[in-house]
Design a protein around this ligand. Sequence first.
Ligand SMILES: Cc1cc2nc3c(=O)[nH]c(=O)nc-3n(C[C@H](O)[C@H](O)[C@H](O)COP(=O)(O)OP(=O)(O)OC[C@H]3O[C@@H](n4cnc5c(N)ncnc54)[C@H](O)[C@@H]3O)c2cc1C
Length: 408
Amino acid sequence: MNFELSSEQKTVRETVAAFAEREIAPHAAAWDREAFFPRDLFRRLGELGIMGMFWSEAYGGAGLDTVSTVVALEELSKADAGVGVTVAVQGLSGRIIEAFASEDLKRRCLPRMATGEWLGAFALTEAESGSDASSLRTQAVKRDGAYVLTGTKQWVTNGGYADVFVIFARTGGPGPKGISAFLVDRTSPGLSIGRVTHKLGIRSSNTVDVILDEVRVPAERLLDREGAGYKIALAQLAAGRLGIAAQAVGILAACLETSQRYALERCQFGRPIGAFQAVSFKIADMACDLDAARLLLYRAAWLRDQGKPVVDAASKAKLFASTAARRHAAECVQILGGYGYTTEFPAERYYRDAKITEIYEGTSEVQRIVIARELLGRLDERTAHDRPPSRVAPVRPPSSPDVTKVQN
Ligand SMILES: Cc1cc2nc3c(=O)[nH]c(=O)nc-3n(C[C@H](O)[C@H](O)[C@H](O)COP(=O)(O)OP(=O)(O)OC[C@H]3O[C@@H](n4cnc5c(N)ncnc54)[C@H](O)[C@@H]3O)c2cc1C
């Protein structure tokens, strides 16, 4: 077992951390205050190879392994979690294009996305379908060799600036098998950007409604085949969840750094507040959870790189990292006292940013459903007479109690 990053992975961390410290961190408070989307920053991240790090060099990407991509997302999110999610969604949409689009579309989109000239978006959620994404209602009707899309997609990250959208719509009956995925250009007639969402945190990211009013999408822009949309969304889910776990780890790392620095500098009762156990124990707990969240994250990323099953590991990483980020961001504010509650310090921004990591790419409740299903099977689909899942050894009552053994 090896807990060291490789020299390439360390280089990714150092390069992205140096860029983030220089080009992102000094502006994060202003971008948050003004809800400013730093469009030009993503061209510079493109020059660095970060916007296309998720896909292969054949399509202009950097072809980094998953561990490197989560390390990079962590460093970006440590400086500004809004920037982190923008890049994570570029990865989500780019990976789908690489895996499921035609050769022509890959050559057209991916090199432009890699330079940061184009941004991608992923549009699954609708007003009435969030966790239950398979109940989406946007329609794709086949007409004259094309599909005509009608509906409204909600909370599309990057949507206001995206050049290409992966859009999920219904080509068949109800349920997951009736869903297909399409690659749609921003310039398609009938596609417009609706309401901009005003958010609690990650305010430097862009979140909008996307309105589809009889948008004609050529048949070659159907990804994979009719009815494969839900499978496509699920296939990318684990990688997407790792992106959000990395965002949470980045926020947590920022909380630890801010808390450490403040605990050493701030003096009350004639000594640094870090001398008080009530403060130092909070920081110790924060450091433990940061380590644990990182280990879960890197293990899941490593499993994906080995081609091993990752769904369960990705859910555990996201659940743990997001819960820890939200909890410790609150403690970071507490350590900074009244100053933590003001915009003079970044603690209140971490507190607001951390919350979203428990909600998108599957809420914490949904992650628990995934983890529990791995342990117990799909109990909601079983009757009392079904046999237990084969991976669980039956619990046998002892034939006669052994009274010589001490119970504890
Ligand atoms: C800032 C932001 C950016 C986003 N970006 C994107 C994007 O780019 N693309 C995209 O497609 N979507 C995006 N989303 C949508 C996001 O993925 C959903 O908000 C999320 O999946 C939850 O769906 P919901 O908000 O409809 O909540 P709901 O599904 O309505 O859930 C409400 C509550 O009920 C709980 N719940 C629901 N079902 C169950 C269950 N079976 N068991 C137990 N509890 C349950 C949930 O955990 C939650 O606590 C974004 C959302 C936000 C806020």
